[in-house]
Design a protein around this ligand. Structure first.
Ligand code: BGC
Length: 471
């Protein structure tokens, strides 16, 4: 990467947009620590606790569903602003909730915000970043998610002494306000502007963010070319089999990310430490913080490698590592953990699993999902994949404890191990390598009917104009 002035400007823009990920992570991470106190104050049954937790994922799926049409009509920037406003309202609502109904509604509003953020931020980043650093810029978003989760774990640990659950949930208002102010300074996505026929403004934004006017003009020409496709969103999905393929791939990718088992570890880390023999709450809380820290640090590996090694090799490596770790953990739980050496060995395997996820599927699935969709269907395609993330997240979150109770810990972990092996096969068969290729190039390959795993190959001058026409 050439660290010129323009690039620095792009990185700043990307960092600000990635702040949305921080809010996503904070809200995902905070509930684990706050829940016991909330349950005590309102006298909640397990069922009510499940509702308080899962209503946010439900809101996120719904928020992602609404984000497609919204970001397509209002633009990426206004959608992010609305997301920030929802974060503020939801956090204040949670902090002041005097009964469980208000808390539930506020958590739903937070869910909407998370849905909007998880849809809009990676999409915006993919549309703003130049191709040579696109992977690492979208990975910044995942880095922010992991930092959010870690900070939430830390604040839970710090505030748990006095049981200050209202503060745990309420402090999130402050980063939400920072997000709002930050987004106000962002330029609109040049691709969205071009889609709305505001080509001159799109050109201006590109000139601001690229190294030369020539580079900006070339990119604008490519964007215009991909806008020759007249159908949009749902219409395109109904009539264009190529677009259906990329939409299904996005959904598959997000299911793969969730079925690695990482979400289970993020939601139930204390429980897993308990299974591994750490019986005090203090040990479990600190174990959880270390897991969160590992998640943050290992995301840097992805940021450093994604635009050099490419997406596919890193994904294969990550899934393989996760499969092996799940296999070993299953074995350890099967043979029983009876002494401190075995306890720490289990923790190390768990941390290696987290490294496997954070350097691969964590960031790269978001990267790929926002890269593979054609411009005319990007909002629709990313809506479907983001919704899939939240639906799979709900399924995983709601089944883990039941799985442990019915088939036992060893089998549950082996099951996740097998799912990671399936993910390796799916990566080999269907995932394209999109490193260093423009979004428009990927789109042309897709619409020419190339197999999905080949849509990231470079097209040289041979491309005929208009090949992107709807099939
Ligand atoms: C995933 C979450 C996961 C988190 C962990 C995100 O990319 O979508 O489900 O818990 O990463 O870092």
């Amino acid at each position: 990467m050439n660290p010129t002035k323009t690039n620095r400007q792009t990185i700043l823009v990307c960092l600000l947009a990635a702040l949305a990920g921080l809010l996503f992570g904070l809200d995902m991470g905070v509930i684990a620590g706050a829940l016991p106190f909330i349950a005590k104050e309102f006298g909640l049954s397990s069922h009510h606790q499940e509702i308080v937790v899962s209503v946010m994922m439900f809101g996120a799926a719904f928020g992602a569903l609404c984000s497609g049409p919204m970001s397509s009509s209002l633009g990426r920037k206004k959608s992010l602003l609305l997301g920030a406003v929802l974060f503020v309202i939801g956090s204040i609502g949670c902090a002041f909730a005097h009964n469980v109904e208000i808390l539930t509604v506020s958590r739903f509003i937070l869910g909407l915000a998370v849905g909007v953020a998880s849809f809009t931020a990676p999409l915006y980043l993919s549309e703003i970043a130049p191709e040579r650093i696109r992977g690492s810029m979208i990975s910044l978003y995942q880095l922010m998610i992991t930092i959010g989760i870690l900070v939430a774990f830390l604040s839970d640990t710090a505030l748990s002494e006095g049981g200050h659950w209202r503060w745990m949930l309420g402090v999130i208002t402050f980063p939400a306000i920072v997000l709002f102010i930050g987004v106000l300074t962002l330029p609109e996505s040049p691709r969205w502007l071009a889609m709305k026929d505001r080509h001159e403004l799109a050109g201006k934004v590109l000139k601001l963010l690229r190294n030369s006017d020539k580079e900006a003009q070339n990119e604008l020409n490519q964007i215009r070319d991909s806008l020759k496709m007249k159908q949009r969103g749902w219409q395109l999905f109904r009539h264009n089999s190529h677009f259906r393929r990329s939409t299904y791939l996005g959904v598959l990718l997000q299911f793969m990310q969730q079925f690695t088992g990482m979400t289970v570890i993020m939601y139930y880390a204390p429980k897993i430490f308990e299974i591994a023999g750490f019986s005090t709450t203090r040990e479990q809380m600190w174990g959880t913080v270390i897991a969160g820290l590992t998640n943050v640090l290992a995301t840097f590996i992805a940021i450093a490698l994604v635009d050099r090694w490419g997406r596919k090799p890193i994904l294969k490596l990550g899934f393989s590592g996760m499969a092996i770790c799940m296999g070993i953990l299953g074995y350890m739980f099967h043979s029983g953990i009876s002494n401190p050496t075995e306890q720490y060995a289990a923790v190390i395997v768990l941390l290696i699993f987290i490294v496997g996820f954070a350097m691969s599927a964590g960031p790269l699935i978001w990267v790929l999902c926002s890269e593979i969709q054609p411009l005319a269907g990007r909002d629709f395609g990313v809506t479907c994949s983001t919704m899939a993330n939240w639906i799979a997240n709900m399924i995983i979150g709601a089944t883990f404890l039941t799985l442990i109770d019915t088939i036992g810990s060893p089998n549950t972990f082996w099951l996740y191990g097998v799912m990671n092996i399936v993910c390796i096969v799916l990566t080999i068969l269907f995932v394209p390598e999109t490193k260093n290729i423009s979004l428009e190039n990927i789109e042309r390959n897709l619409m020419r009917g190339e197999p999905l795993r080949l849509i990231g190959q470079q097209i040289f001058k041979a491309t005929r104009p208009g090949t992107a026409a709807a099939k």
